[in-house]
Design a protein around this ligand. Structure first.
Ligand code: SF4
Length: 291
């Protein structure tokens, strides 16, 4: 077995739990960040069983460059970094990101549904321990596409993909079966990230929280992913209700998942020439819409 075949087999069997796809300066604010792919073995199993798992990608701070601590095998201690920086390097000016509190001179958790102390902290701990091979260092960058070939990939399980150069994602999805991805940087005040998001209209949906957002994003050529107020599943022109939503299930008696659906693939891929998508807010997302 040659090196590449062995490497890919080790990933597909879960012997290698993740890979660092890219390491460099955030296109949002220039701070050091990493892009990581993991859950590849789960997605590989699911490709055979059709249960719907996806390769998950995380955009995270480069932990040692930021003084983020990690004890033994435990998840990284990300809380202090979040409170100090508001995760601006990876979330930009997403309205759901951590919000600055002048009274505390710290950032406080916003309306984002991600629990940073769970998967992001666990993946960050592995990055800290140097558990993952690094593209361009431990294996050639040209192998990146083969790592997820034939699998479904989620761009940005945590962090905004637009913080990372578009070329990385273009390479990653080039042989994937399907992908989903979302960005709030389509409307960012950070010029480089906004331009990068614009380049990624082919891969990413514009995350929208209002009809005004939807109108602005679609005028720029994005397909949109609009969160509507809780319970509002009324039909919308040029939009389709997310078929994984409970509202869709109530209407049609069935629902699906992102790996099988893949409609949120940006302007190309499975969603090419398809309508934009909307979903009524649920749980923590219910407070974040301004429609
Ligand atoms: S439309 Fe819904 S189920 Fe389909 S990819 Fe988008 S979020 Fe996932």
């Amino acid at each position: 077995m040659d090196d590449k075949t062995q490497f890919l087999a080790d990933i597909q069997r879960g012997k290698i739990g993740g890979v660092i796809l890219w390491r460099g300066k955030s296109l949002i604010n220039g701070e050091p960040i990493v892009a990581v792919a993991c859950k590849i073995a789960d997605a590989n199993k699911s490709a055979n069983t059709k249960t719907g798992a996806m390769v998950q990608t995380f955009i995270l701070p480069d932990p040692k460059a930021h003084g983020i601590e990690c004890a033994g095998n435990r998840p990284a201690k990300i809380q202090d970094w979040l409170e100090r920086t508001g995760a601006r390097s990876i979330c930009g000016d997403c309205p759901h990101a951590w919000q600055y509190d002048p009274a505390l001179d710290r950032y406080k958790k916003g309306s984002c549904y991600v629990r940073e102390y769970q998967s992001p902290a666990a993946v960050l701990g592995a990055v800290y321990r140097e558990s993952y091979p690094v593209a361009g260092v431990d294996f050639p960058k040209r192998w990146i596409a083969d790592i997820v070939a034939g699998l479904s990939v989620r761009l940005g399980a945590y962090g905004d993909p637009a913080a990372v150069p578009a070329m990385l994602w273009a390479r990653l999805v080039s042989k994937a079966k399907s992908r989903t991805g979302y960005t709030h940087q389509w409307d960012s005040a950070h010029d480089k990230a906004r331009l990068n998001a614009f380049y990624m209209r082919a891969f990413l949906m514009a995350s929208c929280d209002s009809v005004a957002d939807y109108n602005a994003a679609t005028r720029l050529g994005f397909r949109a992913f609009l969160v509507t107020p809780r319970g509002d599943a009324s039909p919308r022109e040029n939009m389709t209700l997310c078929p994984a939503s409970s509202e869709f299930e109530q209407l049609h008696g069935r629902k699906t998942n992102c790996a099988k659906c893949g409609l949120c693939s940006g302007a190309m891929g499975k969603g090419e020439n398809k309508k934009s998508v909307f979903i009524p807010a649920h749980g923590a997302t219910a407070s974040r819409v301004g429609v």
